[in-house]
Design a protein around this ligand. Structure first.
Ligand SMILES: [Zn+2]
Length: 207
């Protein structure tokens, strides 16, 4: 396999000829030493497996109770989604929008796109939307921040612990698992390899 494309260093714009690197290699820019590429082992298969796991965790993480608060004998169960609705109803619509985007919509889109792209590459299926999907994924990944919401839950629990009895629900376990899956997903994702594979798929289709 020989690829004669060029690549621009994102830091200093130096134009470099793209080479094929193998796992264990670290490609640094010769001018500014920026880490250009570090190939990951079985990136496509792992992305496929992890995004499939993430997909199954999405529903329980969003809809099952995360933390229940027992005050004066009454238990109030909170879910990720109900938290967003409460913030909105309390007039904090900007905060509720940010929480909704960074903890629900973007993680969900990012998992669905990862699954679509890696699934097509894993099974060698071409699709004219692959380029668009991968570009969108790379943009929204920066906005998916589940850890922000987890931090919010921890802060709220610490504050409430002395005032009320707290009950942790299965939604919280699913949410923490989802967070671990998305972090591992991002760590395994080799965008340069994905772009190369899409290019190869397209070339093979034209033949
Ligand atoms: Zn550079």
């Amino acid at each position: 396999m020989k690829i004669s494309n060029y690549l621009a260093c994102p830091e200093c714009d130096l134009l470099l000829q793209q080479t094929v690197s193998v796992v264990g290699d670290k490609l640094h820019c010769p001018r500014c030493n920026y880490l250009l590429h570090r190939p990951r082992t079985q990136s496509v298969a792992r992305t496929f497996a992890l995004s499939l796991t993430g997909l199954f965790l999405l529903l329980p993480a969003n809809l099952l109770p995360t933390v229940g608060v027992k005050i004066l004998g009454n238990t109030h169960d909170g879910t990720l989604l109900s938290g967003v609705v409460t913030l909105f109803n309390e007039g904090m619509w900007a905060v509720s929008l940010i929480v909704f985007l960074s903890s629900i919509l973007f993680p969900m889109l990012s998992i669905i796109l990862s699954l679509l792209i890696s699934g097509h590459l894993y099974f060698n299926r071409g699709n004219r939307h692959l380029n668009q999907w991968l570009r969108t994924l790379q943009h929204i990944e920066e906005w998916a921040m589940l850890e922000v919401y987890l931090l919010g839950i921890i802060v709220a629990c610490v504050k409430l612990a002395s005032m009320a009895e707290l009950k942790f629900g299965f939604g919280l376990s699913a949410f923490v698992l989802l967070l671990l899956v998305t972090v591992t997903l991002a760590n395994n994702f080799d965008s340069m390899l994905f772009w190369q594979q899409i290019e190869i798929l397209k070339k093979n289709e034209k033949k």
